[in-house]
Ligand binder design. Sequence first.
Ligand code: 3PG
Length: 238
Amino acid sequence: MTFDQESRDGERTYRQSRFAPPPGATEILLVRHGASQAFRPGEPFPLVDGQGDPGLAPEGREQARRVCRRLAGEKLDAVYVSSLRRTAETAEPLVRELGVEPRVVPDLREVHLGEWEGGLFRMKVAENDPVAQRLFAEERWDVIPGAESAEAFAGRVRRVIGRLAAAHPGGRLAAFTHGAFIAQALALAAESRPFAFLGADNASISHLVVTGERWMVRRYNDTAHLDGALDASAAALT
Ligand SMILES: O=C(O)[C@H](O)COP(=O)(O)O
């Protein structure tokens, strides 16, 4: 006898059920792009709208192949990318497989790192620069001169997630985006400290379920498709 069968005296029983999105909710799979090219001091990345625009590193292309193979098995209503090429390059195997056009939404771009754009950010963090220490202590990007303000960034992320959800009620979409963007989106959903979700891995999947103002965190930094042997299969995104 299974748990949801009626017991012998006719009393009903109830088994635990799996999560199901509320009616009309939008599932947004936030995919961080694959690893981008290494920064070499003195050779800044080209800029797009003032932001560093490296392409994918060889390992990033392999990560892209794996995350797209995982997503290809999912029912998706649309694929979105930011205006920075590393997201489009990561989504490329998926859009080719699905035969769809990626939709470019510039507001999915990374936080603007001001004077540390073009690759300098990584060097400053690696060198434990005092401003980088402040940035992580205060959980604000705008301690970097010229960087996007905390309020502007949170507002941009809130608005674009709302727009994507409104465009696909009851649907599921993949949005290829960036590490700080994912951290901000999940922090808004969880009403957490701003950096509580910082550190999503390259080609990881995070997952929001959005109903109007109510956002739920369903998944964070899922990398099952990256770990282990090349052909390891990952579970469906339930
Ligand atoms: O390491 C970097 O270049 C910045 O943190 C940008 O983040 P991203 O790689 O997620 O766009």
